[in-house]
Ligand binder design. Structure first.
Ligand code: SF4
Length: 502
């Protein structure tokens, strides 16, 4: 079966708007066959728009790995998919299944289960497939995903096809063995450790073969690539082209996170990760060739909840043992809630076209207006519904005369959790404001006087007027207000100039 690949023109066909709220996430999918659209529609990792509404969870059942990445320390989760430097609770397949049923019964928005590290799931096939086998039988309403470095993939494709798995993520950092040797010191192949270029060549061949085999069988493939400045950053555009040609559906370029305290080769050697701008620039370049994922949070391997949140503490094994789980009843409730979510999404999509009338009304002035970055505090649902001080991350959007585009997310520290943290409040707040560098507006449901003043001093305009409104509508409206006020005809006012006029 031939898999259609999303391309950059999809947004243009949809009226030039690539935002989720104006419905283009839906429109981007509209050219796909129904069965594939259905697979992506409520998958929080595969659909940018769905990630506002549906939750995912990961279970860590696979301890071993068959390759070594220079950004990985096996003491922690697999950094190909998860946040480096984090240790997840390793579960047996039976424990993992019980946990999945408990979470799905209590968080009905949870639609996706991913098997993640700390090692490679396909290097631990018995544990991985036993988990999938039980879940396929006991929880047929949950989508199953797996993420792999690809070395063992071709050998496991037939087994993957027997389960309820319709999405696979392969981490492909290079298609060039010379570059590969700088990322992978060795691979374990045919019972031998093979080093350098030779090992990297085997890994690349297996990844490419596995990708082709999956797409031939109609399984959606997302490709993750870790951007390593000076190693593969210039080469990732080529990777994007190659994996698109072979049928990958989505490309997720993630920043290298390398800290000396993680004890990885790159961390210890001082290899830096990319800046926000470098990452965005590369994502923009690659998006000329394929659909890019920009909402990845590099979650923990045992993450639970909406992307950006982690409710894992509510579902530790000791708590789960105490829970009564009637999954038959839970499936009925889950179905009702999914119908409700879909009705809300439909209503939001129908309304959101109105917001873009605001942009259309900019008329002939359009050409001279510069784009603006805005940060949004949200707890999900596609709405501006979070207090500035309660946000642990902000979603970053770019508004332009024709478009509202999701760019990335930026994590911040909670600065007003009360108690012992109060003495550090100013420092944490200042750091958070620095994290929002480049943004001109922050949209949130509420904000205190102190952060309001500090944001203004930093040249960032706080805005609480659009509380509970759909994100893209609010951004389009604020952009229009800025345009009407003449703020977008000239370059951005610096923080120093803002202070001088305050
Ligand atoms: S790690 Fe990335 S792909 Fe996996 S759930 Fe998080 S956002 Fe989705």
């Amino acid at each position: 079966m031939e898999l259609t690949v999303l391309n950059n023109d999809a947004g243009a066909e949809a009226g030039g708007c690539s935002s989720s709220g104006c419905g283009s996430s839906g429109d981007q999918l509209s050219h796909l066959p129904d069965d594939i659209r259905e697979k992506v529609h409520n998958h929080p990792c595969y659909s940018e728009e769905a990630h506002h509404h549906y939750a995912r969870m990961h279970v860590a059942v696979a301890p071993a790995c068959n390759i070594q990445c220079h950004y990985c320390n096996r003491k922690y989760d697999c950094a190909n998919e998860s946040r480096p430097g984090v240790v997840s609770e390793l579960l047996s397949p039976d424990q993992a299944v019980r946990k999945v049923l408990a979470v799905a019964a209590n968080i009905p928005q949870m639609t996706v289960l991913g098997i993640a590290g700390p090692g490679d799931p396909l290097a631990n096939p018995e544990r991985t497939f036993e988990t999938f086998r039980q879940l396929t039988e006991k929880a047929p309403d949950i989508k199953l995903c797996v993420s792999t470095n690809g070395l063992a993939l071709p050998a496991q494709v037939e087994e993957l096809c027997k389960h309820n798995i319709d999405h696979v993520t392969i981490t492909i950092n290079t298609v060039d063995p010379e570059i590969g040797a700088k990322i992978y010191p060795w691979v374990f192949w045919n019972n031998r450790r093979i080093k350098g270029v030779k090992g990297a060549k085997i890994l690349i061949e297996q990844q490419q073969k596995g990708l082709e085999m999956l797409t031939e069988r109609g399984i959606l493939v997302k490709v993750n690539s870790v951007m390593i400045p000076g190693v593969n950053d210039k080469h990732l555009e080529e990777v994007s082209k190659v994996v698109k040609e072979k049928g990958a559906f989505l490309h997720n370029v993630m920043p290298l996170i390398a800290e000396a305290e993680h004890g990885t080769f790159y961390g210890v050697m001082g290899q830096r990760g990319p800046t926000h701008d470098e990452l965005q620039d590369l994502q923009d370049k690659c998006s000329g060739d394929m659909n890019m994922m920009r909402h990845c949070r590099q979650c923990r391997a045992d993450a639970v909840g909406l992307l950006g949140e982690d409710r894992g503490d509510e579902f530790t094994m000791d708590k789960i043992e105490e829970m009564e789980i009637d999954y038959e009843a839970a499936m009925v409730k889950r179905k009702e809630i999914h119908l409700e979510i879909e009705a809300n999404r439909k209503a939001q999509a129908a309304k959101s076209g109105e917001a873009f009338v605001a942009l259309a009304s900019l008329g002939t002035k359009k050409k001279e207006l510069r784009p603006v970055l805005m940060a949004v505090a949200t707890t999900g649902g596609g709405l501006i519904n979070q207090h500035f001080g309660h946000a642990s991350e902000f979603l970053i959007y770019e508004a332009s005369p024709t478009d509202v585009r999701f760019i990335s997310h930026r994590k911040v520290d909670l600065y007003c959790s009360g108690g012992d943290t109060c003495g550090d409040a100013e420092t944490a707040l200042q750091k958070n404001i620095r994290t929002l560098e480049g943004c001109e507006v922050v949209l949130c449901s509420k904000i205190g006087y102190e952060p309001w003043d500090m944001l203004e001093e930093a040249g960032i305009q706080p805005n609480g007027e659009h509380a509970m409104e759909p994100i893209e509508d609010a951004i389009a409206a604020v952009y229009k207000e800025m345009a009407d006020a003449g703020q977008l005809d000239k370059p951005r006012q610096t923080a120093e100039a803002a202070q001088a006029t305050a």
